[in-house]
Design a protein around this ligand. Sequence first.
Ligand SMILES: [Zn+2]
Length: 657
Amino acid sequence: MFEATLRDLIASQITAIEAGLVVLNIEKYIPSTIGTRSFIDILAKDARGRWVLIELKRSDAASREAIHEIYKYVEAVKGHLGARDDEMKAIIVSTEWKELLVPFSRFVHDTSISISGVKISVSEPDRDIKAEFIRPLELTSGRVLSPWHEISLYTSEGRLAEGIASYDASCKAKGINDYVMVEMKASEGFYEHSVLCTAASLHGIRGGAGELTEEEIADVASKMDRLDHMIYFVPQLQTAEEYLEMIRVDPEQYEEAKEFSCQMEGDELLCSLQEYALDANPKVDRDYFEIGYPAKFRCKLLVDEAWTITKVHRRGAFARNAVLTDETILGEIEGDAGTSGQRLKRTIRLSDKAEFAQLQKDVAEALPNNPVWAGMVRAQLEEARTEFPRGTAETSIFAPSTGLMTLFFATTQEQGISYVPSYTILIRSDADVCRAYVGELLAADDAAQPPEAFTDILMKYYSGDLGSLIMSMTWGGYEARDIDMLEDLGLIYGSFRCDIQGEEREFFRMKNNRWRSVGQIDPYTEFGSYLERNERLLRIIVNKLSPRIGGAICDGSSADRQLEDSIDPVTEAKGKYHLDAPEDCDICSIPLAGETFFSDGRLQSSPEWANMCADCSVYYGEGIGWGIGQLYRKESNDRWLMVGGSSDEGDDSDDEE
Ligand SMILES: [Zn+2]
């Protein structure tokens, strides 16, 4: 049915939409100063004398963007009719609501005017209209789903089924009603590949020379479960009060949660409360656990490891909302909407002022901690609009704001580059791409970072506490001070431009707020050479962090504190100093000058010995004791005193005084 036909049909049966409505105009012209199209499909008045704007959306296509048009009408009508917000309301009418629901719900959440959604169907042959009101999704701060997820892994299909049942039971007991469980299966050969990778890294850590042996691989395989089944669990985001209510079932957890909840705020508070709520008894049955977050779902699970989604289990509001598609839900989990502050994807017509204004606003929202890129993207969109007024702009921003962790992900993940912040704006005129804007992390200069950089960052941002850095992994490594931190590591948020005309390419780099012509640029080469140059810094970061961030575990404990337990007063009293203390840790190569402890000890299940910083001592060393390892502590005179692991008798060795 044509839009005009449908519109006239609705106008003739307007009371089917709402009792008491009276049609004033069809295709009412509103002289608008801000919009492109200035016709309201139907202008009506309701029983209370309010203006009613009825906007028709006939198809599903492009509706995510189309919903923004309503902003335009509302503004125009307010101006034209001199109406206040409370004197008007809008009704969006559509036959299809699948793709409209999420943007509609956000719109309802964000606007102060009264707006409702109606799904209509037309019965043939009488052409009677049946209308059904659409319930918007409950949103907290513009979000549908929580950005903090859970990954539960299982050894068999049977265990997976038990896992699903236990999730349902656990959620029911706590009053968690609305959630999604994405059932996934590992790709062919995934387990064998993981065994090989683990064996190889153990081989490396133990300082093994030569090829990895069959025995080593078999040994890892015997200790590693095959975990081919996964539940990716995502609950609806709740308010702090609602979370506390859920935790109430577990009195012990409740007291604890209530106590710390007054010391936190914002996302950190919500993230911790959600964790408490999910951890409260009764617990979920699982064989292995990991934390999840939007970038991990997309980059690691779906792209890197190629898991297959076998089923999307929807509960509560997600099950009731039949018009919400699985695709939309999966898009939300990946953080599509930009409201997770990580990702924004949208195509607009540069000539459409409302679309343009909305995108400018959303860019700022998607880049809350990155004024550099927010400013560049907005200026570049303006520039493109001036030069290609009839073109389209396809914008894609990925800004995870992960600070120091950015370097960790870039190095340790298989497709590390997909964890690195970037953006592209493709400008098309007449279907062909005529310009591309690209945002990338660039090295500030060609110098390598000093090896102390890691310790310095830790001191400056986390008061020297590795634990606080590690705990940021609980919410996906998100770090509001990201831009400062990366700058301290010699990385800046930069931007390139490429003008395309036929086969010809011209490149520019943004410098001091203007474009400078440069030679050919390949994506990520600058960042890649930064990684190469700073191989040592990366080795330190990876060795310090990876043993503490193994899947489920976020071990935020202090290695220094653990080593303090190994201090033995007898050894200490001997007053023996290390005569020729090493400069760096043999394992991670961190300079020992910035450390409190180091040990000279044997590596776990290996005959090799090494000088190790505190962290490496705890994770890779056999322990402290005679014949295993000696512990040294830096004294105020900057010398290293042996404080643990000497023999009970007299002299231990000859390199101490
Ligand atoms: Zn070390």
